[in-house]
Every structure is written in structure tokens, then in C-alpha cells.
Design a protein around this ligand. Structure first.
Ligand code: GDP
Length: 404
């Protein structure tokens, strides 16, 4: 019997590479690709060839549909053990929005820090946002060690301060590695150029990272479109679980049910098991519409008109209590009202901010939201695709949130 699942085959390890601009992210990724490609069984995969892996970043569906350019470069490496995807996340403050979408589905992050510059506002903001997105494993590459004469003192001071900063954000630094990305020191192989360092290289430390296991297995299928030519076909992308022909599912937020009579793939007959697969379900029963979410009756998602989210605000014009704004989550687009703003934080300094009735650019807060009709949500840790949302004003994404 045909069935689809959201689980992948070969482990896919997604690594977001973040850090302040010019600290050496691209150089590090380039060096890894260059050195790893010469190892047996490992091949660099062209991004265009890997186009069918586009799902790996799990960019918000809406953004894909509008063909918004996501300025995030991906580097693919096929190793005997797994598929590695490096997501080079731009460092500029203005590009934080891209980072949010590009890094969303990472299993781990490499934070690149230039030894001669140390922790910058951007570094902290990136780490904070990654922790908000559920990435609590971070590897620190202290790059440009040559610029500080490979000195251990400078490295230890930086290591101590970065570990302390991360601890405050509930992020664990699994390893802090002194690196010269330009020359490949401690990038893939350990190097004698830094004799006082006994720990792993960047790639060795990454080898210890386990792909985030999909612990949640109930079906979550946001409906993207419904076609009614003869049979009714519901098109969408499976966020979690497995759907088989014959399954009966509830059309959330309502209570009606439908039965899947046939599964259609695009293109016809391609490999059956892929994470985030887009499929057509031929159905009978309750007709869903765009924005509905299909789920099993015995394990339904959160459905409600009032909820809270941890929101990061990007637009210059602050978000005000009382404002009406559009919320997009998976394929849902709902007009909502901002009911309250609490527990504000400055994203660069991580300092708490005094309570106020608005949220300014680069501030993070818990925002209470009410909607005119029920919204289907999940906690981010359970189903990321239903646990994050974008707030829009006049069609422009102004803020990003995670269901609290
Ligand atoms: P990104 O903006 O973080 O991607 O940084 P890049 O990879 O573009 O590097 C910024 C600059 O730092 C470039 O001029 C690199 O050549 C230089 N750079 C990168 N790695 C090293 C290093 O290990 N040592 C030194 N001295 N310079 C480096």
C-alpha cells in the first residue's frame, strides 16, 4: 500500500554557520568543502544538482511561494556516513530575517568568532536567535588565530567569555576550537601549528553531532491548495508523521473528517521516502481549504483564538499593543490583534528592557495575540513548521515568532 512519511533515509546533518561579518564563515565552509572532497567516499554536491534537497532549509512556505530571495548559501557534502549541509548565514544585521528562515531547520550551529575581534553584538544576537529556534548545540570556531600569534592566553580568555555568554542563553558550547580557516589549521585535521591545543578539529567535533531525531510522529499536513477536477486532490507538504492510503484524518481547525483514497507524487514515481515531501492526496469526505491542517483525531494540534509567542521584531516602526496585523503560519494567513507585550529583551546585549506597550526593532518579547478565528499551532519543539510564524504589515514580514 502506498504511503508517505516525513522521515528521511540517510542521516542529513544541517549545520548553520553563523557569526559576525568578516569573521571567516565563508572561508571556513570553503576550506571544509575543499579538504573533505578529496577524502574517499566523500563528494561535494553541486547546489544545482542538490536542488531537490531544497527542503532541507524548510523555508517558510509563504516565502517560497512569493519567490522571496533568501540570501543564504548552502554547501552540500555527501560523506559515507551522512549528508552534510552547511548553511552560510549572512552576518549583517539587516539580513537577520534570512538567517531566521535559513537556519530554522539546523541540527547544530558553528559560531565563527575572529580571535582578534572577539564577541560582538551580532555574535550574541545570532546565538540568541538560534537558541530561540531550538538549536542548543553550538560549536565555536575561534578563527584567525594567526592574527593573535596563535597565543593560548588570548584563546583562553575568549573561550571563557563566550562560554559564559552562551550559558546565559541556555546554549552549550560542545567544543571551542582554535582555527586558522584560511590555512586549514584544525578545520578537518588536527594541526601541530597550535601545539597547546589537544581538542578536536571542527570536523571532528561536528562528527559527534547527532541529527535531531524526529520525536514527534503524528500527522501534520498543512493544506496548500485544493483541486476539484473530478476527484478532489489536496496538495501540501507533510510536516510530520506518515500518511497511508485509507487513512482517516480530521480537517483542523474544524471537526470534519476525510479519507485518503490515493496518494499522488510529483513527479510520478520518484523515491518514496523524503522529509518534507510535497504530495497530492486524493480525498473523500469533508473538503478542506487552504490553511487547514490535516491531523489524526486521536492526536490533534493546538487550536485556539488566543495564544502567546516569543517574537523578534525587525521593522523600524515598532509593533504596538492594539495593532492589527497579519500572522502567517504554515499555509495559514490570519488577521490578529496584539493584546500585550511582556518580558522584553535587547537582542544584542541580552539586557531586560522596561515594560512598554510596544516592541521596537531588534527587541525580543513575549507577545499575546488574539485572532478572529481559530488558528492551528504546535509548540516549536514538536513541529517547527507549525510552531513558528511571521507577522506581516502590508505584505511585508516585520517580525518573527515562535509559539510560547
Ligand atoms: P565571512 O563574512 O564571515 O564569510 O568572512 P570571510 O570568510 O569572507 O572572511 C573575511 C576575511 O577574513 C577575508 O579577507 C578572509 O581572507 C579573512 N580570513 C578568513 N579566515 C582567516 C584566517 O584564518 N586568518 C586570517 N588572517 N584571515 C582570515
Amino acid at each position: 500500500m502506498a504511503q508517505i512519511t516525513s522521515a528521511g533515509e540517510k542521516p542529513l546533518l544541517r549545520i548553520a554557520v553563523v557569526g559576525h561579518v568578516d569573521h571567516g564563515k565563508s572561508t571556513l565552509i570553503g576550506r571544509i568543502r575543499h579538504e573533505m572532497s578529496s577524502l574517499p567516499g566523500t563528494a561535494a554536491v553541486d547546489a544545482s544538482v542538490a536542488g531537490n534537497w531544497a527542503f532541507v532549509t524548510d523555508q517558510l512556505q509563504e516565502e517560497r511561494e512569493r519567490e522571496m530571495t533568501i540570501d543564504t548559501t548552502q554547501t552540500f557534502l555527501d560523506t559515507p556516513a551522512c549528508r552534510l549541509v552547511f548553511i552560510d548565514v549572512p552576518g549583517h544585521q539587516e539580513l537577520i530575517q534570512n538567517m531566521l528562515t535559513g537556519a530554522t531547520r539546523a541540527d547544530a550551529a558553528v559560531l565563527v568568532l575572529a580571535a582578534d575581534e572577539g564577541v560582538r553584538a551580532q555574535t550574541k544576537r545570532h546565538a540568541l536567535l538560534l537558541s530561540m529556534l531550538g538549536i542548543h548545540t553550538m560549536l565555536i570556531a575561534v578563527n584567525k588565530m594567526d592574527a593573535v600569534g596563535m597565543r593560548e592566553d588570548d584563546f583562553r580568555t575568549l573561550e571563557e567569555s563566550v562560554r559564559a555568554e552562551l550559558q546565559g542563553m541556555a546554549v552549550t558550547a560542545t567544543a571551542v576550537v582554535p582555527v586558522v580557516a584560511r590555512d586549514g589549521v584544525n578545520v578537518v585535521a588536527r594541526s601541530t601549528a597550535i601545539p597547546w591545543y589537544q581538542g578536536p578539529s571542527v570536523m571532528e567535533a561536528l562528527g559527534e553531532v547527532e541529527p535531531a531525531a524526529a520525536t514527534f510522529s503524528a500527522v501534520r499536513f498543512p493544506v496548500q491548495d485544493v483541486y476539484r477536477r473530478g476527484k478532489t486532490t489536496v496538495v501540501g507538504r507533510l510536516l510530520s508523521g506518515t500518511i497511508a492510503e485509507g487513512d482517516r484524518l480530521t480537517v483542523c481547525p474544524g471537526s470534519g473528517t476525510l479519507t485518503v483514497t490515493e496518494i499522488r507524487r510529483f513527479p510520478e514515481g520518484h523515491a518514496p521516502v523524503e522529509a518534507g515531501e510535497s504530495v497530492g492526496l486524493v480525498v473523500e469526505g469533508q473538503m478542506p481549504t487552504r490553511g487547514d491542517v490535516l491531523a489524526p483525531a486521536d492526536d490533534l494540534p493546538m487550536i485556539g483564538k488566543e495564544f502567546s509567542g516569543r517574537v523578534f521584531w525587525l521593522a523600524a516602526e515598532p509593533l504596538a499593543v492594539g495593532e492589527e496585523i497579519f500572522l502567517r503560519c504554515a499555509t495559514q494567513s490570519v488577521k490578529v490583534r496584539i493584546e500585550g507585550v511582556t518580558t522584553k529583551l535587547d537582542s544584542a546585549t541580552l539586557d531586560p528592557l522596561p515594560e512598554a506597550s510596544s516592541l521596537a526593532s531588534m527587541e525580543l518579547a513575549t507577545v499575546r495575540i488574539s485572532a478572529g478565528r481559530p488558528v492551528v499551532l504546535e509548540r516549536f519543539e514538536r513541529v517547527p513548521g507549525l510552531g513558528r510564524f511571521v507577522l506581516e504589515r502590508g505584505g511585508t514580514a516585520c517580525g518573527f515568532g515562535v509559539v510560547a
